[in-house]
Design a protein around this ligand. Structure first.
Ligand code: NAD
Length: 300
């Protein structure tokens, strides 16, 4: 069993850290927010006085933080986790961040004699609580081999996607596909309504025809056809529009930086941005259908 320092005990990090404890690991947590520390402590997680305290005895350091600047800052800034940890410690960053920051953080870690992987997740808060996350991992073979059994305590599928940053690359490519496909499905329903075609009829046809996809078959944006989809509970997330917007923006930054042509990604990103700017960023991203049908944010 491993000694683990866990930084970032928010919506995702806290249940992930608790699953590591459940699997028998010795975990010490820390978060800049006292409220987050208190909530994790109330669940039985030992909390350090600061970041250095959480990592000084660790063989493995896991971060689950908001954005790239937080990860690079925690590794090399005033918190200086790379200075506080023992030589050879494995750093696993599970945050969803931009690829350039992921590669900067990994290089800073390996330059200091550490092992490092980026390992962003899909599966959301439910997957974090149930230890059913999918991890997309970027990093050297040795680091991946050491990270895998640790990630298995928090998830059910662990995929090695290549070198440093490639976990983030897989995550944002997947979520760009998802963001676009949800809008495509929503447009289908908006047009069907204008044509006098029922939502159920379109679903029955498209979910078994060439229009089928996860956004339609599993996460249908209109209420009725798929009873478990957020559309049936007033678009409570699920996966909030603000988080989808974050990932869409990361995909567009990466596309621009690397000369990829993604016009539908750009258009989809803009639509989620407009919807969020109207104050609906907390709704599930499938509520984009309400923006397209002219009743933004109005749950059926
Ligand atoms: P959150 O805001 O609930 O938690 C982030 C925590 O990090 C906060 O408690 C914050 O105080 C803490 N933090 C920031 N800088 C820190 C530092 N230097 N040291 C210690 N703690 C620090 O966010 P979340 O929903 O848990 O998401 C975390 C990451 O997971 C994000 O990158 C997000 O994009 C990604 N993600 C979230 C979901 C989801 O459904 N919430 C799904 C997949 C991926």
């Amino acid at each position: 069993m491993a000694t683990i320092g866990f930084l970032g005990l928010g919506n995702m990090g806290r249940p992930m850290a608790l699953n590591l404890v459940k699997a028998g690991h010795k975990v010490t947590g820390f978060d800049l927010s006292k409220a987050a520390c208190d909530a994790a402590a109330a669940d039985g997680l030992p909390i350090a006085a600061d970041g250095a305290g959480a990592v000084k005895d660790a063989e493995i350091v896991i971060t689950m933080l908001p954005a790239g600047k937080h990860v690079v800052g925690a590794y090399t800034g005033t918190m200086n986790l790379l200075g506080a940890a023992k030589h050879g410690t494995l750093f696993i960053d599970c945050s969803t961040i931009d690829i350039a920051s992921a590669r900067t953080a990994a290089k800073a870690a390996t330059d200091k004699g550490m092992l490092a992987v980026d390992a962003p997740v899909s599966g959301g808060v439910g997957g974090a609580a149930g230890a059913t996350l999918t991890f997309m991992v970027g990093g050297a073979d040795e680091a991946f081999t050491k990270a895998k059994p640790i990630l298995e305590a928090m998830g059910k599928k662990i995929v090695h996607c290549g070198g440093a940053g490639n976990g983030q690359a897989a995550k944002i490519c997947n979520n760009m596909i998802l963001g676009i496909s949800m809008i495509a499905v929503s447009e289908g329903f908006v047009l069907a309504k204008k044509l006098g075609l029922s939502e159920q009829a379109l679903f029955d046809v498209s979910s078994t025809s060439s229009g089928q996809c996860w956004s339609l078959n599993t996460y249908c944006p209109v209420p009725g056809p798929v009873p478990t989809s957020p559309a049936n509970r007033a678009y409570q997330p699920g996966f909030a529009t603000d988080l989808m917007l974050k990932d869409m923006k990361l995909s567009q930054e990466a596309a621009q930086d690397n000369g990829a042509v993604t016009p539908l990604g750009a258009a989809a990103s803009k639509l989620y941005e407009l919807f969020a700017a109207q104050g609906h960023g907390g709704m599930d991203f499938s509520a984009i259908v309400t923006f397209l049908n002219g009743t933004p944010g109005k749950a059926p």
